[in-house]
Design a protein around this ligand. Structure first.
Ligand code: SOE
Length: 370
């Protein structure tokens, strides 16, 4: 089987999720290439060498520049903090690599546009990792909506609720530093709901938004002093869609008790769908068929459902990590067919335009165009 040599930049939460996906995909799906876990890269040699062994990477490095320049690497998978996305992606494009990048694409709209331009200029294939599109229930929702089952769309209601920052003593990690993360809940979580809104309903044209930072100072990691928090803790917006639908998107890391509550509800003229990542194998569906209608819960684990045939018999459910496996599966198929996968950097830029409009609206306290 043809091999595709993967280099992964980053070894934290997303680095582990992507490592697992690259290892797992060929064992459960018919893939056009055998992904080779060639090299993993991170600044801390002790940490990255351990992850390399744990996930079976052939080599490790502490220099992304060296990794991107290697001729025996075909694909660069960017899972490092947001401020590194643009320099790594631009260098990878100039080295004619396939580029796969975690969300949000960049810390600013300008950086995102620079990444897209570099990939286009060098005829590189590119993809942004919005893994939730490939939760089978979300893919099924897309099929139902595209098939007209819930009619014309009136509302999109997206909420992405976590609570890992509600403790004021939680250290000021990189996600709380604008220079590294670009923003807080806005880029980390709101970006997911934005991508799902665009995937399921359509393009967003205007926003009216609010950003809030609840705790403005936190202990430095390692406890040596106090750091100012310069990113949002919560981001809320009402949105208008190109197709006439309207919506709300809310993201926070202060929803005490909510752990990874990424939910949407979409209301249409004939019915509604609703999804909650914490009940990932289920899709709620209401079709308006008269007095006996009611919401039903579809268990999305049948072989006919998206991606399930690669896994287990009905009812044996799958998890968060499998959405990454589905994502790299579709990336491998796109590479084989030499076509752009979706979502790609064009989607990344469109998502970033929404985040940029949210930041402008929070500042102006007025409606802003995307
Ligand atoms: C942290 O909020 C995080 O890891 C996000 O960065 C991911 O994108 C999300 O899928 C899970 O939570």
């Amino acid at each position: 089987m043809r091999k595709l040599n993967i280099a992964l930049i980053g070894y934290g939460f997303m680095g582990r999720a992507h490592s697992n996906a690259w290892r797992q995909v060929r064992s459960f799906f018919d893939v056009p290439f055998e992904p080779v876990l060639k090299i993993i890269c991170g600044r801390d040699e002790t940490a990255v060498s351990k992850v390399a062994v744990k996930f079976g990477w052939q080599e490790y490095s502490t220099s992304w520049e060296e990794v991107v320049a290697r001729r025996d690497v075909d694909l660069i998978d960017i899972c490092s903090p947001g401020h590194t996305h643009a320099p790594i992606a631009v260098a990878a494009a100039q080295a004619k690599k396939i580029i796969f990048c975690e969300k949000p694409l960049a810390n600013t709209l300008g950086e995102a546009e620079e990444m897209l331009a570099a990939a286009r200029a060098n005829n590189c294939l590119h993809m942004i990792c919005h893994n939730y599109r490939r939760a089978p229930a979300v893919s099924l929702a897309r099929e139902l909506i595209s098939g007209g089952h819930i009619g014309d769309i009136y509302h999109y209601r997206g909420t992405y609720l976590q609570d890992w920052l509600v403790d004021p003593n939680f250290a000021a990690v990189w996600r709380l530093d604008k220079a590294k993360a670009g923003s807080g809940a806005l880029g980390d979580l709101f970006s997911h709901s934005t991508d799902l809104a665009r995937y399921l309903v359509g393009e967003i044209t205007e926003v009216s938004a609010l950003l809030k930072t609840f705790i403005t100072e936190r202990p430095m990691p390692g406890g040596q002093g106090v750091a100012k928090v310069d990113v949002d803790d919560a981001a809320l917006s009402i949105v208008k869609f190109e197709n006439g639908a309207i919506g709300t998107i809310e993201a926070t890391r202060y929803a005490t008790g909510r752990k990874n509550y990424n939910r949407f509800e979409i209301n249409g003229s004939r019915g509604s769908v609703a999804f909650n990542l914490e009940r990932m194998n289920e899709l709620e569906l209401y079709i308006n068929e008269g007095p006996e209608s009611g919401f039903k819960t579809i268990q999305v684990t049948n072989k006919a459902h998206p991606y399930i045939k690669g896994w287990w018999p009905p009812g044996h459910i799958i998890g968060y990590e499998h959405t990454f496996t589905h994502t790299v599966l579709d990336l491998l198929k796109a590479v084989d067919e030499q076509r752009l996968p979706t979502p790609n950097f064009e989607d990344g830029v469109k998502n970033q335009r929404v985040l940029d409009a949210v930041e402008r609206s929070a500042q102006s306290q007025r409606w802003e165009s995307v």
